[in-house]
Write a protein that binds this ligand. Sequence first.
Ligand code: PGA
Length: 224
Amino acid sequence: MKPLIVGNWKMNPDSPGRAVLLAKKVELGIAKIKGANIVIAPPFPFLLPVGKVLKRARLGAQDLFWEAEGAFTGEVSWHQLKHLRVEYVIIGHSERRALGESDEMVNKKIKAALQAGLKPVVCIANAIQLKKALKTIQESRVKTQDSILAFEPLSAIGTGKPYDVGASKRMRNAIKYPFVLYGGSVNSKNAPDYVKKAGFQGFLVGGASLKAGEFVKIVQKICQ
Ligand code: PGA
């Protein structure tokens, strides 16, 4: 099982030109690294231009809507993402939940992603969110390498305060799924501990994914 590193660019950078430049720099850095799967998740408007320059990395989206098309102002459907060659989709990020996304919506989005053949990266901050996210979804459908969970403790997201490795390990052990990422203030210095000591299969990287050099270093460190 190769580790997976997902770069969540959130609402960055501010222009398509900068997005393409960042993607090109990441590609250059990871071109020769074989031991990991890498996903770049830019904002919706940059999926197309960034997708065009990705070779080694796969394309991810930061959200999806569960209907294929219709009167849903502002939403982007799984169907539209498939046309852009998106393969992974982040679902239930805490920043979306803070804006009102419910457990029920998260659950619907996971079902839509699985149905569409998109690989969901489901963000959860605790065991209750995990249970609600996967409600009525057959275990066998999510216990594969193509369904990814990301443990993202709220105190660690975007704060520069990574979660305690020991506590992360306990959480990792409690999640009985094969592929679980850690997310929350990951950088090239703390990354190896979450894989080697806590037992995660990779990372969901926010802030550090906006600096090509640092993101590439994270990948290099866990491939050593
Ligand atoms: P961070 O974000 O790496 O900036 O803490 C992680 C995330 O939001 O997934």
